[in-house]
Design a protein around this ligand. Structure first.
Ligand code: B12
Ligand code: SF4
Length: 514
């Protein structure tokens, strides 16, 4: 079958800080290719809709599948699905990915017949079965694990048997030099582990994977890294190097192989402090950027997000990361309840520390615990607002003042890092990249004020919603996690960590860590 895999267009974040290759879609594409299909991939983060329609006309795929990791992409995908069916009525149209897995029925309803199937869970585990059904017996598609179709739902999604079995189809991505993060330009992405054993209430990484955690084998991961051509590497793991022995073995094998790259990774403060030597090794191997999900600068805020990390611990982690000499970025979650004083406190704090600070707005997403427990009503049901840059809950300040404070805070933080001094410091690097034809980093330096703009954010709320989200059921104070999982949990067996690490996870999860 001719199968076209599609990643939707960019969101706000992608226009400034980074743009990354669609790794999950590449894995689904590779599984389809292994099953004997002819596969192409288009990434609309870097190509436009015209290019997509041209591909439909010229190549006439028999099946098209969209990747929907981000809720804000839903309207674009539904419209593209409808336009695809209008042009190619016999083409089988499917959607998969993180967010699609939590709102499968809504997707089908919005599609009004243009979407044949939403495939929940890990794409590489079931895409071949779905394409087999699409080719030979479309009425049987609803029997595929994870499938949600107008004819019914299949059994629960399956995990791929072995994370080592498939490598992403990187060769199918047509504009590899467009992917970057900060000065890592160009950058490829890589996955060393999948899932997260914690259970923060604002996050759906753990609910998607049933609180499991799996690691790639060191040999396979290093072999793949050796094949990556880009000098920069974004490690997509939710929390890097939870299991110290895995991180250490990977690092040693990379050193032995003589692989030289610059890396970006994300982890938790308590993991960094527990596995100091591993992160020190990775710094020597080339980690440039380390992202720590701090979320709040006070104990009350941490409790609210059920991050269950201690404030003192987070600050100690920042100190340690600083001492390693990496560029450290942290994320803070702004609650819609924040007033001017609160924003000012945060701005003052951010100016005192050397780290890059990213600020996002607290947003209940389908699949998170707060989706079911948040007492405040949603103020919008427009999917496009669910990008953690817009406020979707009632703000204490009038909305325009909330956005002015938010954008002002973001500008203060950005000036700290993208200001004249930073530009001067970055100029040699920029010149080097430009000389190599890499313009992503340079463009990023100039775009900030165009993208982060309170009037634009406000105007987004005035646009009519093309598709309205189904609101959550009445809020409960406690929620059974079983109601949230996409992949059914396998308990302790689902986590490839040793008992000491399991104990550490439990202690930090339950807030009983020293
Ligand atoms: C790496 C990452 C990013 C990267 C982007 C990577 C990319 N190009 O897609 C960056 C840093 C840019 C990013 C940014 C953001 N992210 Co992000 N990100 C992640 C993260 C940590 C891992 C994703 C990943 O690459 N995993 C590895 C690959 C292999 O898995 P995967 O992509 O999920 O693919 C698998 C399945 O989803 C499925 N699948 C995927 N596509 C398809 C397609 C088909 C057809 C099928 C059948 C299956 C399928 O099969 C794949 C293989 O098993 C996830 C958390 C998580 N664990 O999922 C959050 C996550 C997806 N991000 C999230 C958010 C909120 C954001 C931002 C909006 C944050 C912001 N500050 O603005 C931005 C917006 C992104 C944008 N497009 O502009 C939320 C999503 C919330 C939501 N429901 O919309 C998540 C779940 C994190 C969370 N805390 O809850 N993100
Ligand atoms: S530790 Fe990070 S990835 Fe894991 S549940 Fe919490 S926020 Fe999500």
């Amino acid at each position: 079958m001719r199968f076209l895999a599609v990643h939707p267009g960019p969101l706000m974040y992608t226009k400034i800080f980074l743009r990354l290759e669609p790794l999950g879609l590449e894995l689904a594409a590779e599984a389809a290719r292994r099953a004997g299909h002819e596969v192409r991939l288009i990434d609309l983060q870097v190509e436009n809709h015209k290019a997509y329609f041209r591909m439909l006309e010229d190549w006439r795929p028999e099946a098209v599948a969209f990747s929907c990791n981000y809720l804000a992409n839903v309207p674009e995908i539904v419209d593209l699905a409808k336009a695809t069916k209008a042009r190619l009525p016999d083409c089988y149209v499917a959607v998969g990915g993180h967010s699609a897995s939590f709102i499968a029925k809504d997707f089908l309803a919005h599609g009004e017949g243009a979407i044949d199937c939403v495939l929940r869970g890990e794409g590489e585990a079931a895409i071949a079965d779905l394409l087999e059904a699409a080719e030979h017996d479309r009425k049987a598609a609803h029997k595929v694990a994870g499938a949600v179709t107008l004819d019914g739902d299949g059994p629960p999604p399956r995990f791929v048997d072995d994370l080592d079995a498939l490598r992403p189809a990187r060769d199918l991505v047509r504009h590899r030099r467009k992917y970057f993060i900060g000065s890592l330009d160009p950058a490829a992405s890589i996955e060393f582990s999948r899932g997260c054993p914690w259970d923060c209430n604002f996050c759906s990484a753990w609910t998607f994977y049933g609180r499991s955690y799996r690691t790639m084998s060191v040999d396979v991961a290093v072999e793949e890294l050796a094949r990556v051509k880009e000098p920069g590497v974004f490690i997509v793991d939710d929390v890097a190097f939870i299991q110290s022995s895995h991180g250490q073995a990977l690092g040693e094998a990379i050193a032995k192989r003589g692989i030289k790259k610059k890396y970006y990774l994300e982890t938790r403060g308590d993991v960094l402090l527990r596995n100091k030597e591993v992160f020190a090794l990775w710094r020597r191997l080339g980690v440039e950027y380390l992202f720590l999900g701090i979320e709040a600068i006070d104990e009350e805020g941490l409790k609210k997000h059920r991050k269950r990390a201690s404030l003192g611990g987070n600050f100690e982690a920042l100190e340690y990361a600083r001492s390693l000499g990496m560029t450290v970025a942290i994320n803070l979650i702004a609650d819609p309840d924040w007033d001017e004083t609160r924003f000012q406190v945060v701005r003052d704090w951010c100016l005192e520390i050397p780290e890059v600070v990213n600020i996002s707005v607290a947003t209940p997403y389908p699949g998170t615990e707060i989706w079911r427990t948040e007492q405040r009503p949603l103020t919008t049901r427009d999917y496009r607002m669910f990008d953690i840059q817009h406020a979707v809950l009632p703000t204490r300040l009038p909305l325009d003042r909330f956005y002015r404070e938010l954008v002002h805070t973001q500008q203060v933080m950005a000036r700290k890092h993208l200001g004249w001094k930073a530009l001067r410091d970055a100029s040699a690097l920029t010149a080097r990249l430009l000389a190599k034809g890499q313009t992503n980093f340079f463009k990023m330096l100039w775009r900030f004020n165009k993208v982060y703009n309170a009037d634009l954010l406000l105007a987004d709320h005035a646009r009519p919603a093309p598709y309205a989200m189904t609101p959550p059921p009445p809020a409960q104070t406690r929620i059974d996690p079983k109601l949230l999982f996409v992949h059914p949990p396998r308990g302790r067996h689902g986590r490839t960590i040793d008992d000491a690490t399991e104990g550490f996870v439990e202690a930090t999860r339950m807030g009983t860590a020293a």
